[in-house]
Design a protein around this ligand. Structure first.
Ligand code: XIL
Length: 388
């Protein structure tokens, strides 16, 4: 019997990959393969989460509250496929803080309730970031009150969801090498207001707020074998070492994994070394925001683009899942209908006229070849102890 990989290749070569996928959302018949369900379907034992679970992995996705409320197919697919969710927007500082003195928990509460109903775990994203800050931030937060505002935010939000969050991205994207500091720290508003120790403070406060969540440091631009990624990885590891040495409670590294389908850089060695180094520090590792941007693929043919995207999914996941420290894979959304990459043209610079197809389900909720690539990568991954 052909392996799934060979089958995907053949599908693309004969231009029938998409036709073979069928046209009924979530009722698609896939080629039966080892580890799949008896009928070759993608639900129940054939779902991403079932395949992930067999290896001790969590399969997750970012969630938008808009489609969760208004689209039945979105809700159904999420519940069928994933056992870990993260708010794409709803737990960020700005959305939670309409004014300096108030909190708006409607969306975040709804996400957590949805997850509870469906037996899913939740990642919290995020407490401290240089983006998604509210309009009032710049005029209200000063060197005098910044520590208080940050710690009260973490204590209030972390406290509200205490015991319900698998992992919290305590600090997001703290490194920006081009800001010119020797330690690579980003000159973010929090950095400017509090100084480099804002990080230690955030992690200590997060532990106090929720002692059950794995406290994660989440970063992007650390995936490739090129100079920029090399430098950012080195700065990220140095930061994690500094935090650990200072006794700050960091439990996990999140590798965002926004990947390009076509890139002049490859990935492999640097990623493997990063994961091993994180492991040596006692950290778990999560792939937190995977998507494969097909903007750079010159061909317009959807099947061809999907084949290339699926190949990158497979190679990327084969690389990271080789290490047993990696405990979860989340994509940044799951359907091409709702991907942040289509939100602005800044992620579609080569072909702004075209919608990207970066996720495991297409815009009509049919599984793409990336779905099968992700599932196969789970199957091929070595078994591991589940996330703590
Ligand atoms: C993005 C969301 O997907 C968008 O909807 C929003 O407009 C901007 O933020 N890295 C992160 C995420 O950590 O929070 C970002 O999410 C994508 C990049």
């Amino acid at each position: 019997m052909m392996t799934r990989r060979e089958w995907i290749k053949r599908g693309a070569l004969t231009s029938c990959g998409v036709a073979l996928m069928g046209s009924h959302p979530l009722q698609v018949m896939a080629e039966p393969k080892k580890g799949g369900s008896a009928d070759g379907g993608i639900q129940g034992p054939g779902s991403l989460k079932a395949h992930a679970q067999r290896r001790g992995l969590l399969a997750g996705s970012a969630v938008g509250l808009g489609p969760l409320r208004s689209e039945g197919a979105y809700k159904t697919a999420l519940a069928q496929q994933y056992d870990l969710v993260v708010g794409e927007v709803c737990m960020k500082f700005g959305p939670l803080r309409p004014t300096p003195d108030t909190f708006m928990f409607t969306d975040a509460d709804e996400l957590v309730a949805f997850a509870e109903q469906h037996g899913m775990k939740v990642r919290g994203h995020n407490f401290v970031w240089h983006e998604a800050l509210p309009g009032w931030f710049a005029s209200t937060v000063t060197k005098e009150n910044a520590r208080k505002i940050m710690t009260e935010h973490i204590l209030t939000v972390g406290g509200r969801y205490k015991g319900k969050i698998q992992s919290w991205d305590v600090v997001n994207e703290a490194i920006n090498v081009s800001d010119g500091r020797p330690d690579g720290l980003r000159k973010s508003p929090w950095f400017e207001l509090i100084g480099p120790e804002y990080l230690e403070l955030a992690y200590h406060t997060a532990r106090q707020a929720d002692p059950y969540a794995k406290l994660t440091y989440n970063e992007y631009g650390i995936e490739y074998d090129n100079e920029a990624s090399d430098k950012k990885r080195a700065a990220t590891l140095a930061l994690l070492k500094r935090l650990k040495a200072a006794g700050a409670p960091v439990d996990a590294l999140g590798i965002q994994s926004h990947i390009q389908a076509v890139s002049s850089s490859t990935f492999g060695k640097g990623l493997r070394e990063l994961i091993e180094s994180a492991h040596q520090m006692g950290l778990e590792v999560y792939v937190t925001e995977l998507d494969v941007n097909d903007d750079g693929i010159p061909e317009d043919d959807a099947a061809e683009r999907d084949r290339i995207v699926a190949g990158v999914y497979r190679d990327y996941l084969d690389t990271v899942l080789q290490h047993q420290a990696v405990k979860a894979v989340l994509t940044w959304g799951f359907t091409d209908r709702h991907t942040w990459l289509n939100g602005t043209k800044s992620h579609r610079k080569k072909r702004p006229d075209r919608q990207v197809r970066p996720l495991p389900f297409d815009a009509d909720y049919r599984p793409t070849q990336a779905f099968f690539a992700e599932r196969d990568a789970f199957d091929e991954a070595p078994s591991r102890q589940a996330a703590g």
